[in-house]
Write a protein that binds this ligand. Structure first.
Ligand SMILES: Cc1cc2nc3c(=O)[nH]c(=O)nc-3n(C[C@H](O)[C@H](O)[C@H](O)COP(=O)(O)O)c2cc1C
Length: 156
């Protein structure tokens, strides 16, 4: 299992799809905030999902999620998946991506890399514990972020 990347660019510049659910019922959304590292002696990925996202329901209801990265040509597709909700549109139809079933999770055929993550931890980012400026900028009038940490169990 290996994955070499410029970590400060991988999420911020390249973006990714965060996907949770099963073949029959899954959802995906674009993310650009996240991290990769080590915790509890395991390789982990961390993502931040606002409670208002439809994907949030799937993150809570499933034990695994995937983080998948795409060639530059899919940037427009990721833009669509990051601006419309699966509550309002059929994301698979609108994006044209082809869903791919893995042993415990879902990804897409077009992905160049998929991190398969086993959910280990979830916690809401408490606005009272962050710098006031950040709280004002990112959370006034907007729902909180839940942080999910997953063990990276496979890299495809
Ligand atoms: C480039 C980009 C990055 C985003 N990053 C995040 C993120 O890290 N966390 C988050 O909660 N929403 C993020 N979003 C917003 C969601 O992708 C967007 O609200 C999406 O429509 C949610 O879809 P859903 O309701 O089907 O889950 C991002 C959007 C874009 C375009």
């Amino acid at each position: 299992m290996s994955f070499t990347t410029k970590i400060f660019e991988q999420f911020d510049k390249k973006w990714a799809l965060l996907t949770a659910g099963t073949k029959d019922k899954f959802n995906t959304m674009t993310i650009s905030w996240g991290g990769l590292g080590t915790l509890w002696g395991k390789p982990v990925a961390t993502v931040y999902v606002r409670q208002s996202r439809y994907t949030h329901d799937f993150m809570d209801d499933n034990d695994y999620f995937t983080i998948s990265f795409y060639p530059e040509v899919y940037k427009k597709t990721l833009g669509i998946l990051g601006s419309k909700s699966g509550r309002e549109i059929d994301k698979m139809h609108e994006s044209g991506l082809v869903a791919k079933e893995l042993e415990n999770a879902m990804t897409f055929e077009e992905a160049e890399v998929t991190l398969v993550c086993k959910k280990l931890f979830k916690q809401t980012l408490d606005v009272n514990n962050m710098l006031e400026d950040i709280g004002k900028q990112f959370y006034e009038g907007q729902s909180d972020h839940d942080m999910y940490i997953g063990e990276v169990v496979d890299i495809i």
